[in-house]
Design a protein around this ligand. Structure first.
Ligand code: BMA
Length: 347
């Protein structure tokens, strides 16, 4: 059982969360798990109506991703659909199915700006107002109660809550979200994180999830840790690294960041992962084996999650006939690259 102690707060994580934590450590010993955001919810030219179990990745490589990412932005508003128009009822169904098949679930959250009520990308200062003592703290608590209610309702066949990795307030060292750099101080960010974890546990009874801290591509250890809320509040150390420019620039970022991350993770004795990654439209035919895998194989990461296949102009995994599909089949066959069938029995 993981003990989380601070002066005024203790979490005793339940055995389900501990089980997932150990499983993630065991996966990292064997290789890295392949993950895809919204893998089973939709892909290029199809949408799941809830009756299928399908993924673009599965159609290309014959097996589904091992890690399934879902997005809960707009659950805080009590909406029926997330910000990308995926019904929460479908997400619930797919989390349950993914878990039953032995997959690992991660949840991202792009909450609206609680001050302006515009999107997560609307950067009016908000963090200081939702902290304890702030004028919108009660509103934030309401929002978080809806997050907790949704997470608590993700249950397995025997009615037990499904352990999963929650990854709130990501990419905070960038300035594109309202919780990001320049829109709150590092101290305010750390308070927001700690108050969030504490509310989830003490007010809303969520004790079965793990928390991943995910800055965006960073330049050094000091930058990575500048918003870090403390060892007691983080289970998994993540990083989000996209290829925005050249392959050389991307592979340099991958190598440097994952090596620093591995070093920090070892001193803290925590698992680490590439929590978001990708090259939009995967427009390099042998990107999977030559660019990506070559620079992350045997790096110690537990998983690498690629962003969603939203539409032909915004997708990060292959689909049948996509330019990188043949290379993806080779990638899937690498012994250290783990898909759903490969992690099913790792406990
Ligand atoms: C972003 C884009 C957006 C989406 C958001 C949350 O990176 O994919 O279209 O709304 O993630 O899923």
């Amino acid at each position: 059982m993981i003990q989380k102690n601070t002066a005024n707060f203790t979490i005793n994580r339940n055995p389900a969360a501990q089980g997932l934590y150990t499983r993630i450590q065991h996966i990292a010993e064997k290789g890295y798990a392949f993950g895809h955001q919204d893998a089973t919810a939709y892909g290029i030219s199809w949408k799941n109506d809830g009756t299928q179990y399908k993924s673009d990745v599965g159609d290309v490589a014959g097996d589904h991703p091992a890690v399934h990412g879902f997005e809960i932005g707009h659950i805080e508003l009590g909406n029926s659909h997330n910000l990308d128009t995926v019904p929460f009822s479908l997400i619930k169904t797919l989390v349950k199915k993914g878990h039953k098949k032995g997959g690992i679930i991660t949840l991202s959250w792009h909450p609206d700006n609680p001050v302006s009520n515009k999107s997560a990308w609307h950067t009016r200062k908000a963090v200081k107002h939702i902290l304890k003592g702030g004028r919108l703290h009660e509103k934030y608590k309401d929002w978080l109660s809806r997050v907790a209610q949704f997470i608590n309702a993700l249950t397995d066949e025997s009615g037990k809550p499904i352990p999963l990795v929650f990854r709130p307030f990501h990419e905070m060292n960038g300035s594109w979200f309202w919780w990001g750099k320049g829109h709150c101080s590092p101290e305010e960010y750390q308070r927001l994180w700690r108050e969030t974890v504490s509310l989830m546990y003490t007010e809303f009874g969520v004790s079965h999830i793990l928390y991943a801290y995910s800055p965006n591509t960073f330049s050094d250890e000091a930058e990575y840790l500048s918003y870090y809320p403390g060892d007691a509040f983080v289970d998994i150390l993540g990083v989000d690294i996209y290829q925005h420019w050249t392959t050389a620039n991307f592979t340099k970022n991958l190598q440097q960041n994952i090596s620093i991350l591995g070093h920090i993770a070892k001193t803290k004795d925590k698992p680490y992962a590439l929590t978001e990654a990708g090259l939009n439209k995967v427009r390099v035919a042998d990107w999977w084996t030559r660019v990506l895998d070559k620079h992350i194989a045997h790096s110690g990461i537990a998983w690498a999650l690629f962003w969603r296949n939203a539409r032909p102009s915004h997708h990060f995994a292959p689909y049948p006939e996509q330019k990188s599909s043949a290379d993806f089949v080779k990638f899937r066959q690498l012994p250290h690259v783990l898909f759903l069938e490969d992690i099913k029995d790792i406990r």
